[in-house]
Ligand binder design. Structure first.
Ligand SMILES: [Ca+2]
Ligand SMILES: [Ca+2]
Length: 383
């Protein structure tokens, strides 16, 4: 049976300090929506990717985040890659290599304001109630991840420009490249200052990126995926199939992917663990997607202070009641319930048609610039 740990007792964290963050997650829920199986390998075993606690401590120039797992974090020291026989420690230089942690942070606390897209390959979205301004990606190869994300976004942008104007000039390419760099710098950070100790991993994010000390009034959407280390280029990978450093889910038993229990859907999100403090929430949210409608599983962030979220923004149903599970932060749940869906994305025959349709809606004042940009990103990333 799953247990929700009391972080203060078991993890030994200091009590919540002003402006800090201290959150706990269920134990033994490292199975995504309930069906994900670990790869068939000795160095990835049940419990390895089971997040138990997530915290943040502010210092003068930034924030140290801490994630605690159920089992000791595996070191790449002395190991070789399966393909190519390269030293793992030379690829993963921060003393961990089996997982990524995505942290999508809603810093402006305005419902519906911000981005809802998950990183490529996660097959999740962040709910509009906690749409994010900043994403921190803790990954074993941060600079490779940054380069791949850049290539991916640039490729999507170039495709959109080609669809709109039929061709792309080298000046267009240069302008896109600079724009993508600026946007990535504003929205994404891949920590390079990392400390692993036992079951805990700490990672530093500068204040310049977050815009201030991490607040317990912000919302944090935290997911754990298995790390794929050896990808370094997008060659031969379509944007739809691109996984940014994360292992996918595949049917059957795999070495380099997660498997699926029973008749589960291999198209489900490859998210192994999702920080939540309501019983059944992780399972319900990760299973609520509809790929025929281009709707990914929509995850809601957690607000450590218990600040109320705009309940009308969210789309997923309440999780089933779980009488045997007691949240560690009783009375401090975000209080999220059902409500209307996110705005429709125009459908059309081609990328160019759809982009033109939303541009017209913006020009007519139907969509704000922010809504336009958000929908444009979603359309572009679908092609
Ligand atoms: Ca967990
Ligand atoms: Ca969880």
């Amino acid at each position: 049976m799953r247990k929700l740990l009391i972080g203060l007792l078991i993890i030994g964290h200091a009590p919540l300090s002003a402006g800090g963050v201290d959150l706990v997650d269920f134990e033994e829920d490292d199975y995504g929506a309930g069906e994900i199986l670990y790869p068939n390998r000795n160095d990835m075993q049940p419990g390895d990717l089971d997040l138990l606690a997530f915290g943040a401590e502010n210092v003068a120039d930034g924030t140290w985040f801490t994630a605690s797992f159920r089992k000791p974090i595996r070191s790449p020291e002395g190991l070789m890659t399966e393909v190519g026989q390269v030293s793992l420690a030379s690829l993963a230089r921060n003393d961990f290599y089996t997982f990524n942690i995505d942290v999508y942070i809603d810093t402006d606390m305005k419902p519906g304001s911000g981005r809802t897209d998950g990183l490529p390959g996660r097959r999740i979205a962040v709910d509009r109630a906690t749409a994010w301004e900043k994403t921190v990606l803790l990954t074993p190869r941060p600079s490779v991840a940054r380069n791949l994300l850049k290539q991916h976004v640039q490729r999507l942008e170039e495709r959109a420009v080609r669809a709109e104007q039929g061709r792309i000039s080298s000046d267009d390419s240069k302008a896109i490249s600079a724009g993508v760099d600026a946007r990535l710098d504003e929205h994404y950070f891949m920590p390079e200052k990392v400390k692993v100790r036992g079951r805990d991993i700490r990672f530093f994010v500068p204040k310049d990126f977050l815009g201030g000390p991490a607040s317990d009034d912000w919302a944090y959407t935290v997911v754990v995926t298995g790390a794929a280390l050896e990808q370094t280029a997008l060659l031969g990978v379509s944007p739809e199939k691109f996984n940014l450093m994360n292992m996918p889910v595949k049917p059957g038993i795999n070495f380099d992917a997660f498997g699926i229990r029973g008749r589960g859907d291999p198209e489900q999100p490859p998210v192994v663990d999702y920080l939540s403090h309501k019983g059944g929430w992780q399972e319900a949210r990760l299973a609520d997607y509809n790929l025929a409608r281009n709707r990914y599983a929509s995850l809601v962030g957690i607000v450590p202070s218990g600040r109320k979220l705009d309940v009308k923004m969210t789309t997923a149903p309440d999780p089933p009641a779980a009488a045997d599970r007691k949240p560690a932060t009783a009375g401090r749940q975000p209080g999220v319930t059902t409500g209307p869906a996110t705005p429709p994305i125009p459908t059309g025959n081609s990328l160019a048609d759809r982009l033109r349709a939303i541009r017209e809606l913006r020009d007519q004042g139907v969509l704000t610039e922010e809504e336009y940009q958000q929908i444009r990103r979603r359309i572009v990333s679908e092609y």
